[in-house]
Design a protein around this ligand. Structure first.
Ligand SMILES: NC(=O)c1ccc[n+]([C@@H]2O[C@H](COP(=O)([O-])OP(=O)(O)OC[C@H]3O[C@@H](n4cnc5c(N)ncnc54)[C@H](O)[C@@H]3O)[C@@H](O)[C@H]2O)c1
Length: 370
């Protein structure tokens, strides 16, 4: 591993050039200081070449091992399907490269524990993208809830009722599979909100869940409901879906029959209730702020309301902040803002939901690896 100090430039590569990769390429090329985007890699050669041309990336690889053997590369963004993240992070670390991985950090706890163990023992940095944690809105909600201003916490709820079409699931062979997506509406779309829920409410103690695929032809769930008890004694509800229709547009044909032309999901909603007050956030805006002694802040997170229907409809600022922090963590020799240990919790909760739904039994934490 190359020794990197505060004044060195980090050489960076991107593995996986699909939907999320531009959220790494654009920041690394334009906004993040102290880094040079030198290489990209995709197993589909045409995709790698087009991506490199679009973002003016000098080196193109079709095999992650070759990119990881490049001595000019110090760090990588792992933007491959979720079930590959662990293998790519571990290979990067063993090649002496730091890694920032997309969410979920992997889909199996044993692999996640190996990622944490290998990167810690090799001394390479591991960061996990959870871009909502960078937003002043979510930071203020967390600080307020954890200050005790809501009184004794009684309920923490997350509701995600999105829409993803069958075409979305059919757009990549890995989507909607246990082997590589690792789950459905919770593991892919819902992992952000599960992370925020536990980041604000604290760890979960027990949950009981139902999960099923009711509307899409996929292996994994498109609809799920869980009852939670947090370690602090509060209760909660976790609902996830990519099967719901929150909006629809249609046209009538000459015979008066209608054709749906566009469908969309609903904005997600998180609720925090204590015996003295309530905070509700809907689609990244405060929907209710009833906190004695704490005025409602004038904060709104960058819109990701469109995410209810379109995975590309997320803002870029969270990625810019996390990527800058990742580069700084390498140059300053410190942990990044979302470490592997921090990224693990949301996946543990989601795997517990799947276990409960499968066995029909409540699940207590910590969850043992399968
Ligand atoms: N942070 C967010 O809000 C957010 C949003 C969307 C996706 N994601 C995450 O990003 C990851 C990728 O999702 P996506 O939608 O970009 O998927 P995608 O299918 O569009 O892109 C994945 C790319 O990886 C390539 N690939 C697969 N295996 C490879 C290998 N072994 N070596 C090299 N390239 C390989 C594929 O050819 C593809 O181009 C997922 O884990 C997903 O959960 C995060």
């Amino acid at each position: 591993m190359r020794a990197i100090g505060p004044n060195d430039t980090v050489g960076h590569g991107i593995i996986g050039c699909g939907v999320i990769a531009p959220f790494h390429a654009e920041p690394m090329r334009q906004y993040v200081r102290g880094v040079r985007l030198l290489a990209c890699c995709d197993e589909i050669p045409e995709r790698a070449r087009e991506f490199a041309a679009k973002y003016e990336i000098p080196k193109v690889y079709t095999n992650p091992e070759e990119l990881l053997a490049d001595p000019e590369i110090d760090s990588v963004s792992v933007c491959t399907p979720s079930g590959h993240h662990g293998d790519h992070v571990i290979a990067a670390s063993n090649a002496g490269k730091h890694a920032i991985t997309e969410k979920p950090m992997d889909i199996k706890l044993a692999k996640i524990d190996a990622m944490i163990g290998v990167t810690r023992s090799n001394g390479t940095r591991l960061a996990v993208i959870f871009q909502r944690r960078t937003s002043p809105l979510w930071q203020k909600v967390r600080e307020t809830v954890q200050s005790g201003a809501l009184g004794k916490l009684v309920l923490g709820d997350a509701y995600l009722k999105y829409y993803r079409s069958q075409e979305y699931y059919d757009s990549g062979a890995w989507r909607g599979t246990w082997a590589l997506d690792g789950g459905g509406c919770l593991m892919n779309q819902g992992v952000h909100l599960v992370d925020i829920l536990q980041w604000i409410m604290g760890p979960v103690d027990t949950l009981f869940s139902f999960a099923d695929h009711l509307a899409r032809e996929i292996e994994v769930e498109d609809t799920t409901v869980s009852a939670l008890r947090f370690k602090n004694g509060a209760l909660g509800t976790l609902e996830g879906a990519t099967s719901t229709i929150g909006s629809a547009e249609w046209e009538a044909d000459a015979a008066g029959k209608f054709q749906v032309t566009k469908r969309g999901g609903l904005s997600h909603r998180l609720e925090f209730h204590g015996d003295q007050g309530t905070i509700m956030v809907e689609g990244e805006k405060i929907a209710r702020w009833a906190v004695p002694g704490v005025p409602q802040p004038d904060l709104e997170a960058e819109s990701s309301g469109g995410m209810a229907s379109d995975p590309r409809a997320i803002g870029m600022s969270g990625h810019i902040i996390q990527l800058q922090d990742f580069v700084d963590s390498i140059r300053e020799g410190r942990d990044p803002m979302v470490t592997g240990e921090a990224g693990r919790a949301a996946v543990e909760i989601i795997l517990a939901v799947y276990r409960s739904a499968r066995t029909g039994q409540p699940v207590h934490f910590p969850l043992e690896s399968e």
